[in-house]
Design a protein around this ligand. Structure first.
Ligand code: AMP
Ligand code: GLY
Length: 421
């Protein structure tokens, strides 16, 4: 089968790596891809936000199956355009992608599905949002309703912070995403993520993970896209996972189907866990980045069979074959990230690193210049390892990271600390 993967980050590198292990994979193209992906797949420079362009590229290259990596093309209806053209596609429709693209939509679905989540109120103007804030205490969570690349969430400790967050959002700090605002109860607990395939009807859990969103060690400093992750997440015990599936995921999927907008693809449920009770923080309609990298490391070739069965509506026949293993990924980022950083510095030592089913360096933001690998983004490499224990996976990952010669980069030394303490 000829496969096209849309995206260009570490998530898509790990998807390409796993898919390629599977003997059913024929020609593999990643669009637009990056310098690391180019070692294992063809890369094609197409605009993945343009549904018509993606369809004509897939048709011209006889692609049998398309896997959509990021949320933006999903929210723009690219999976709908592919399916309308008769191309088998993994990823939800524009309508079902509202589970990530609109926080107020997700809250409304949770209400209809009686799924446990933070209490909330939804506003379309600053005055009524501020009036509400004066009635509730702090800490309080203020969210831009739309897609804001992970930046539209403010946890306000004081009334003043909350009020100025409202002004910023309605003032356009997050563009159109902030035209509507959700104000949420602050939930305490430990966060973890559950990844579930859904074919519109059947659901299948494909693993748990935890990431580190803050840039600094000890989970301090500004938020990032994620500085590292590991799987499984010990806090998401099988008992809590079962509760999350029964109380949150299944009712949500049933409500989406009832509305005629059944969800097909991977649902990423961000959960807050306290006293054995999971509550929903947010949904994403795609794999997490860098959570995907640790999931793919553990699933390997079967990831293709699972995504293919999901797209064909055959998930009911599938199960996951688990090894008793752990995976951990360390994100190497350009100094300055998540603030301003330089592009173009040279990274040495990647070619000499071991590459096998226990060690992989996935590229998140790299390019090639005069034969050298150069940094081409904020998050640049995802140094990933697998082991029989989390400690073994961690030690292997840091062994790999230490062998990379990149003075302009940095990484956190404490990925996994919560699970290991
Ligand atoms: P989101 O983009 O909705 O995932 O929010 C980003 C991060 O903000 C989450 O990963 C949580 O750490 C935090 N967060 C969001 N909503 C809440 C909430 N209601 N209570 C506590 N923390 C939250
Ligand atoms: N690592 C968080 C995300 O992918 O949204």
């Amino acid at each position: 089968m000829n496969i096209l993967i849309l995206g260009s980050g570490g998530r898509e590198h790990s998807l390409a790596w796993a898919v390629k292990q599977n003997p059913k994979c024929g020609r593999l193209i990643v669009a637009p891809g990056n310098a690391g992906i180019a070692w294992i797949a063809e890369c094609a420079d197409i605009d993945i936000m343009d549904g018509a362009a993606v369809v004509s590229f897939a048709e011209a290259n006889a692609m049998d199956f398309v896997i959509v990596g990021p949320e933006a093309p999903l929210a723009a209806g690219v999976a709908d355009r592919l399916r309308e053209a008769g191309i088998l596609t993994f990823g939800p429709s524009e309508a079902a992608s509202l589970l990530e693209a609109s926080k107020s939509f997700t809250k409304e679905i949770c209400d209809a599905a009686s799924a446990p989540t933070a209490g909330y109120a939804h506003f379309t103007d600053a005055d009524s949002a501020k009036a509400h804030l004066r009635e509730v205490g702090t800490p309080i969570v203020i969210k831009a309703d739309g897609l804001a690349a992970g930046k539209g969430v403010i946890i306000a400790e004081t009334q003043d912070e909350a009020l100025s967050a409202i002004d910023d959002m309605f003032g356009g700090a997050f563009g159109g995403a902030g035209a509507e605002v959700v104000i949420e109860e602050f939930m305490e607990g430990e966060e973890a993520s559950l990844f579930v395939l859904c074919d519109g009807e059947n659901v299948l859990s494909i693993g748990t993970a935890q990431d580190h969103k803050r840039v600094g060690e000890g989970d301090t400093g500004p938020n990032t896209g994620g500085m590292g992750a590991y799987s499984p997440a010990p806090v998401l015990s099988s008992k809590i996972e079962t509760r999350a599936m029964d109380e949150i995921v299944r009712p949500t999927m049933a409500e989406m189907a009832r509305r005629g907008t059944a969800f097909q693809g991977v649902l990423y449920a961000g959960l807050m866990i306290k006293d054995g009770q999971p509550r929903l923080v947010e949904y994403n309609v795609r794999f997490g980045d860098p959570e995907c990298q640790v999931l793919m490391m553990r699933l390997g070739a079967q990831a293709l069979d699972l995504m293919h069965a999901c797209a064909e509506g055959r998930l009911g026949e599938m199960s996951v074959t688990w090894a008793e293993d752990h995976a951990l990924t360390v994100v190497m980022a350009a100094k300055g990230y998540p603030g301003d950083y330089e592009k173009g510095s040279v990274i040495n030592g990647i070619e000499d690193a071991p590459e096998d089913s226990f060690h992989q360096i996935f590229h998140a933001g790299t390019a090639r210049r005069d034969g050298a690998i150069i940094a081409n983004g904020g998050r640049v490499l995802n140094v990933t390892a697998r082991g029989a224990s989390l400690i073994e996976a961690r030690d292997r990952a840091y062994g790999l990271a230490d062998a990379i010669d990149w003075p302009e980069g940095f990484f956190r030394r404490d990925i996994g600390w919560r699970a290991l303490s």
